[in-house]
Design a protein around this ligand. Structure first.
Ligand code: HPA
Length: 282
């Protein structure tokens, strides 16, 4: 276990980034977007102007992701007059990162001036009465059963308080905005509670039945560390899951990473249209 580091470590990352962002003429970033598995196309699209691509390995103290299909780069760009940070590639606990490393980009974003974060992921659909693969689900809350937390360890008062409220992080105004944008784009946007499982193994059918009883609608292995960090440092969050498969035991079909990636590729157009509309109107 590597302890959560001192604020100076985060500041080194943020200061180096701030300098590169300023040098390219960008204003202070206000929005960060964390792009989930197979959902990275938007950052490379024409909707993002004046792109500055910074590989994670060029950012001091930044973790570097090992999942081969994830890029591991920060794309800084302008969308609708705002400077937006796109984290293309995230750090998963199942890769061996500590939780505070999984949420490292969130804290650095805060130090750079970000106050709004959009977190996206691929997830399994638990509630098959309502959800089918390809659905986009707006997160209203989450359940995390594993004991670890990105905020475990010494608290950094410069970032946030030791004990902090988790009731408002899934911001109600952002959720309303996302629904308006989805309706205007003609995209169906459902709502649900995300269950965090540490992975990397997919869940057992019994685990999924238990999660359903507990009130979860979708399940995945990311996002929650970043959301907790955001709640701590005062960033409001919009969370969107792409249902890439039905969860274990729902249909009995074998679960594969290929299915996850194929479905996220198939919804790419809807997903990027929604993302674009929301970012422009934040
Ligand atoms: N379980 C956990 N994580 C996932 C799933 C799932 O079914 N699908 C995509 N990510």
């Amino acid at each position: 276990m590597i302890q959560r580091p001192d604020i100076t470590v985060y500041r080194e990352s943020a200061d180096a980034l701030a300098e590169r962002i300023r040098a390219k003429g960008f204003s202070t970033p206000s929005v960060a977007v964390i792009l989930g598995s197979g959902l990275g196309a938007y950052a490379a699209s024409d909707a993002v102007a004046e792109r500055l691509v910074i590989p994670y390995r060029e950012i001091p103290n930044f973790p570097v992701s090992t999942v081969s299909y994830q890029k591991g780069e920060l794309v800084v760009g302008r969308v609708g007059g705002k400077t937006v940070l796109f984290f293309n590639g995230r750090f998963h606990y199942y890769e061996g990162w500590e939780m505070w490393q999984a949420s490292y980009p969130t804290a650095v974003s805060r130090l750079l001036g970000v106050d709004t974060m959009i977190v996206t992921n691929a997830a399994g659909g638990i509630n098959a009465d309502v959800l089918t693969p390809g659905d986009l689900v707006l997160l209203t809350d989450h359940i995390k059963l594993c004991a670890d937390s990105p905020m475990r360890g010494r608290n950094e008062d410069a970032l946030g308080e030791r004990f902090f409220d988790m009731q408002a992080v899934y911001d109600v105004n952002l959720r309303a905005l996302a629904h308006r944008c989805a309706a205007e784009c003609g995209i169906s946007l459902k709502e649900g509670v995300y269950a965090y499982m540490a992975g990397p193994q997919f869940e057992t059918p019994a685990e999924i039945r238990a999660l359903r009883l507990l009130g979860a609608d979708v399940v995945g292995m990311s996002t929650v560390p970043e959301i907790i960090e955001a709640a701590h440092c005062g960033i409001r969050v919009l969370g969107i899951s792409c249902v890439t498969n039905l969860a274990a035991g729902v249909t009995g079909a074998p679960m594969t990473e290929e299915e996850v990636l194929a479905t996220s590729a198939a919804v790419q157009d809807h997903f990027t249209a929604l993302l674009d509309s929301v970012i422009r109107r934040i």
